[in-house]
Design a protein. Structure first.
Length: 441
């Protein structure tokens, strides 16, 4: 969206007062402040102060600076002071952003953000170089190729981390549970667009993993579910949104819509009440109505929080895990005439029940911290007494349920290593019984 001054005399007056300090800044200030009374005097003083600082720098700074560079710095600084997600986006940075949602690009596979002005890992994307070397949500990135990240913008950090496939980038990392930073060399690879994976845990129960929300996520999810249902009944779904950094709003809405027949999914609210925008579910033939559990953690952000919040507020799914990241702001990319853009926060996300996601996140229904698997061994000298240890004990006759089949070694190992997923499967199996009991209460 672009703005033009409709009163040439007024624009001319401002230009005289401010010594032609820059067309963009004048237009911006004209639009954000009413041009009457006290506001006009305040506007004059603000522009005058800016002009004075500009001339002081040009006349006295130790090195000669181009006015265009100074104005560019002013624009970037103005946006940076708003919030961690508003920023100036150069043409090169704009191309990087577009790569995130279409095509493939060379990188290490992490989503980064700002916490207390510090660059942090929101989450590594599964099966990418960052995930394989062990980067985790909350890790602070102190340096990129020995360049300090202090004061660095998100777009600049992304530009430095990305690069040609096969080349390495060195990050200096400080983990929350460590006292000393460490250097991690990560070889860049091609980061694929495909963001949906399905794995059968046992007959009828599937683990659906969404790594992030790209332009084709909903269609990929529909294809995976359609393919599975063509072979057998779908009894239950574990939707895994852990370490999912988010992505496109429309994909979060359409993914939620797969599991909802009607009602509000999410709404955004800008500064003015009339700026509210609702996103609702609609009934489709391919809607999925099987029992569901959603897994979340601190690496679940933005679009994944929208999905979790919608399914939680509508009582469509049980949410298990840990509190999410809390990135609930909406950014709009506003193009500029020179090919660059402004990424500006224009609204906040709210769940169907009006809960703010920003800085609050989504709290699970069952708070189950992730625990790394540890071997539990009995004391060989004092084994636990069981029926099988009694002399002359009766042996049972094994009865197999035809609907069940032996778990594969891969699934067994996965469940052994992931306590949250293991518990989710146990609860999902028990949902019919829980529903039966609750109907009699």
């Amino acid at each position: 969206m672009f703005f033009k001054a409709k009163d040439p005399d007024k624009l001319e007056e401002i230009m005289r007062v401010n010594h032609v300090i820059g067309f963009f800044i004048i237009l911006f200030l004209l639009m954000v402040t009413p041009w009457t009374g006290q506001a006009r005097e305040d506007q004059y003083e603000s522009l005058k102060r800016f002009s004075q600082v500009l001339h002081l720098i040009e006349d006295n700074y130790v090195e000669e600076k181009e006015r265009e560079d100074l104005l560019q710095g002013a624009i970037e600084g103005m946006l940076k002071r708003l919030d961690p997600h508003s920023s100036y986006v150069s043409l090169e940075d704009l191309k990087l952003m577009q790569e995130d949602f279409s095509g493939e690009f060379g990188g290490i596979g992490i989503q980064i953000g700002m916490t207390d002005n510090q660059l942090v890992v929101i989450s590594p994307i599964e099966d990418t170089p960052a995930h394989k070397v062990g980067l985790e949500p909350g890790d602070m990135i102190l340096e990129i190729n020995s360049k300090s990240t202090q004061g660095m913008s998100l777009t600049e950090a992304v530009r430095l981390i990305r690069g040609p496939r096969g080349e390495a980038v060195v990050l200096t990392i400080l983990s929350p549970d460590e006292n000393q930073p460490r250097k991690v060399e990560i070889v860049r690879d091609t980061i694929p667009v495909h963001s949906v994976r399905i794995q059968e845990l046992e007959n009828g129960y599937v683990h659906l993993r969404i790594t992030d929300f790209k332009g084709n996520t909903t269609e990929d999810l529909r294809k995976e579910i359609r393919a599975y249902k063509s072979g057998q009944d779908l009894k239950g779904i574990i939707l895994d949104l852990r370490n999912n950094p988010g992505g496109l709003l429309d994909q979060a809405v359409s993914v939620s819509d797969i599991f909802l027949d009607e009602g509000l999914i999410v709404y955004t609210q800008g500064r003015k009440m009339e700026q509210r925008k609702d996103f609702k579910a609609s009934r489709r033939a391919e809607d999925v109505n099987t029992p569901m559990i959603v897994l979340i953690n601190a690496g679940s952000a933005s679009a994944s929080e929208i999905v979790a919040g919608a399914l939680q507020d509508t009582n469509r799914a049980l949410i298990i895990g840990e509190n999410t990241f809390g990135k609930g702001s909406v950014q709009s990319i506003i193009p500029m005439p020179d090919g660059s853009a402004i990424k500006l926060t224009i609204a906040l996300y709210y769940t169907p029940k009006g809960r703010a996601i920003q800085a609050e996140g989504i709290a699970p229904d069952l708070r189950i911290p992730f625990r790394k698997a540890t071997a539990v061994q009995e004391d060989p000298e004092h084994p636990a007494l069981r029926e099988s240890g009694l002399e002359m004990h009766l042996k049972s006759q094994e009865i197999h349920n035809e609907d069940e089949k032996d778990l594969s070694e891969e699934v067994k190992e996965l469940l052994e290593q992931d306590n949250q997923l293991r518990l989710a499967l146990e609860i999902l199996r028990s949902m019919p019984r829980i529903k039966e009991i609750s109907s009699k209460l």
